[in-house]
Design a protein around this ligand. Structure first.
Ligand code: HEC
Length: 206
C-alpha cells in the first residue's frame, strides 16, 4: 500500500511539474546538457565595441589585402596564358626553374599527384591497384609537346575527371609541379647521349 501512495505522489509531482508550467515564459536559458553555441559573446555586423579605440566592431581591411582570385598577377604566372588567352610555353619570369623549385615540385608531386599518376608519371599510381584507373601517363608526345601553361592550367583547374589543385597548391607550387613533371618526362625519354660525360662511367654507359 505504501508503494501505491509513493507512486501516486511522484506521478502527481511529475504531471504538475511538466504541465503546470505550460504557457509561462522562462527568462533564463533552458538547461543545456550540451551548449550548442546559441549564446556566445560575439559582435554583430556594424555593432559598437568598447574594445577598439574607434568604437567599431568592424575592423578595417589590412592594407595590402587582396581578395582570393582578385590578385592582379600577370596572366602567364596566374593562369598559364598569354594576354590573348593562348597557353604559354615556358615558365613565368618570376619563377626561375632551379634546384630549389625542382625539389619543391618533387615533394608536392609525390604528395598530390603520384597516387594517381605514379611516382614516375607513368599513370600507374597506387589507386590503379584498387581498380581506379584513368590517370594519364605523361610519357607520350601529347604531353611532351603540351605547353607548360596548359599543364599549369590542368593542375590549377583540373581536367574532366581530375579535380583541380588550385586550392591546395599555391601559384609557385603549381609551377614547381609542372617543372618536375617536365623533369620526369625528360628522364623517362632520356638517351645515353643526354648523360654528362662525367657520369657515364657510374651508369656503365659508353
Ligand atoms: C585522383 C587522381 C588524380 C590525381 C591525384 C591527379 N590526377 Fe591528373 N589526371 C587524373 C585523371 C583521371 C586524368 C585524365 C582526365 C581526363 O579524363 O582527361 C588526369 C589528367 C592529367 C593531365 C592531362 C590533362 C590533359 O590536358 O589531358 C595532367 C597534365 C595531369 N593530370 C597532371 C596532374 C598533376 C600535376 C597532379 C598533381 C598536382 C595530378 N594530375 C593529380 C587523375 C588524377
Amino acid at each position: 500500500m505504501r508503494y501505491v501512495y509513493l507512486i501516486t505522489f511522484f506521478v502527481v509531482v511529475l504531471t504538475a511539474g511538466v504541465l503546470g508550467y505550460r504557457g509561462s515564459i522562462a527568462t533564463k536559458p533552458p538547461l543545456e546538457v550540451f551548449p550548442d553555441m546559441d549564446r556566445m559573446p560575439k559582435y554583430k555586423p556594424q555593432a559598437e565595441s568598447a574594445f577598439f579605440a574607434d568604437g567599431r566592431s568592424d575592423r578595417p581591411i589590412p592594407t595590402g589585402t587582396v581578395a582570393r582570385g582578385q590578385a592582379n598577377l600577370d596572366s602567364h604566372l596566374s593562369a598559364g596564358r598569354a594576354a590573348s588567352g593562348e597557353f604559354v610555353r615556358g615558365f613565368p619570369v618570376s619563377i626561375p626553374v632551379d634546384n630549389v623549385l625542382m625539389a619543391r615540385g618533387k615533394e608536392r608531386f609525390d604528395i598530390y599527384c603520384a597516387v594517381c599518376h605514379g611516382q614516375n608519371g607513368d599513370g600507374k599510381g597506387i589507386v590503379a591497384a584498387y581498380g581506379w584507373g584513368g590517370a594519364v601517363s605523361f610519357h607520350n608526345d601529347l604531353y611532351r609537346a603540351m605547353p607548360e601553361g596548359e599543364l599549369y592550367n590542368t593542375v590549377t583547374n583540373g581536367k574532366n575527371t581530375m579535380m583541380g589543385y588550385g586550392d591546395k597548391l599555391d601559384t609557385r607550387d603549381r609551377w614547381a609541379v609542372v617543372a618536375y613533371l617536365r623533369a620526369l618526362q625528360r628522364a623517362h625519354n632520356g638517351k645515353a647521349s643526354d648523360v654528362p660525360q662525367a657520369n657515364k662511367a657510374e651508369l656503365g654507359i659508353q
